[in-house]
Ligand binder design. Structure first.
Ligand SMILES: [Fe+2]
Ligand SMILES: [Fe+2]
Length: 254
């Protein structure tokens, strides 16, 4: 298991809080997001092992027992490993995930049934409205999806825009070089090919770009504020360059 530094808390957009945990051993941040509203929404739960630290960090913003929705992109330990611990800590909380995620994993895994979202379905939490975007296999997993908060145009990106290092919580700078370096590093190591690249990849990233997000809330690396449409189109280009040629895909066995 990773060792983590103490979390830092940054409000990256009004009512959107980023809880940043850095794992020095893997030179990677794990960042989790809370949107403060009448019905607070936590996006990604962290690992079971990071639950105490993350709960303490959330408590700097709201009473954790008030969390109403616990969302995530896909079934993976950093995304939803601590889901049941959050459901215990917040007695009115419900998981929120894709229809596929509910059907294949969460209906069985979670201690309370999830709200299964269809593509385009909206979850209103008070002042804010989260549109569910089905993004199967992006960043990875059949069950993958993302939430887009329409009022402030915040896209909760999960693993998209993955960057290495203990970087700043929020940037306005172009992320392409950092993302290119992170993808290249991953392709050269034992965790290669963690993002499948196929004919749908560019289409889905184009649909996300069409949402014209203003803030990109990023799980691994700095979040971004600025022209999110441009950033997503640039991401599609970098992913095509790094992942689009099957003959150059990294393989630890070669
Ligand atoms: Fe992931
Ligand atoms: Fe992740």
């Amino acid at each position: 298991m990773f060792a983590f530094n103490a979390p830092n808390v940054t409000e990256i957009a009004p009512d959107v809080y980023r809880f940043g945990l850095y794992a020095p051993g893997s030179d990677l941040q794990f960042n989790f997001f809370l949107v403060r509203d009448d019905q607070p929404l936590l996006f990604t739960t962290g690992f079971r092992a990071t639950f105490p630290a993350l709960r303490e960090a959330v408590a700097r913003v709201i009473d954790p027992s008030r969390i109403r929705w616990v969302g995530f992109s896909h079934f993976e330990s950093d995304e939803c490993g601590a889901l049941n611990l959050w459901l215990e800590a917040a007695p009115h909380a419900e998981p929120v995930c894709s229809f596929v995620g509910a059907a294949i994993n969460v209906n069985d895994f979670a201690n309370r049934p999830p709200k299964a979202m269809a593509d385009g379905e909206v979850l209103a939490t008070g002042r804010y409205r989260f549109r569910f975007c089905s993004t199967a296999q992006i960043p990875h997993g059949w069950d993958a999806g993302l939430l887009f908060e329409e009022t402030q145009r915040t896209l909760l990106c999960s693993d998209l825009f993955h960057q290495a290092g203990d970087v700043e919580p929020l940037t306005e700078s172009d992320l392409s070089d950092r993302v290119r370096a992170a993808l290249s590093r991953m392709q050269g190591g034992p965790l290669a090919n963690y993002i499948p690249y196929n004919a749908r990849t560019g289409v889905i990233l184009g649909q996300l770009a069409d949402l014209k997000p203003k803030t990109l809330a990023i799980m691994h690396g700095s979040s971004f504020t600025g022209d999110g449409e441009r950033a997503l189109r640039d991401l599609a280009a970098v992913m095509g360059e790094q992942l689009g040629d099957p003959t150059s895909c990294g393989s630890p066995s070669r």
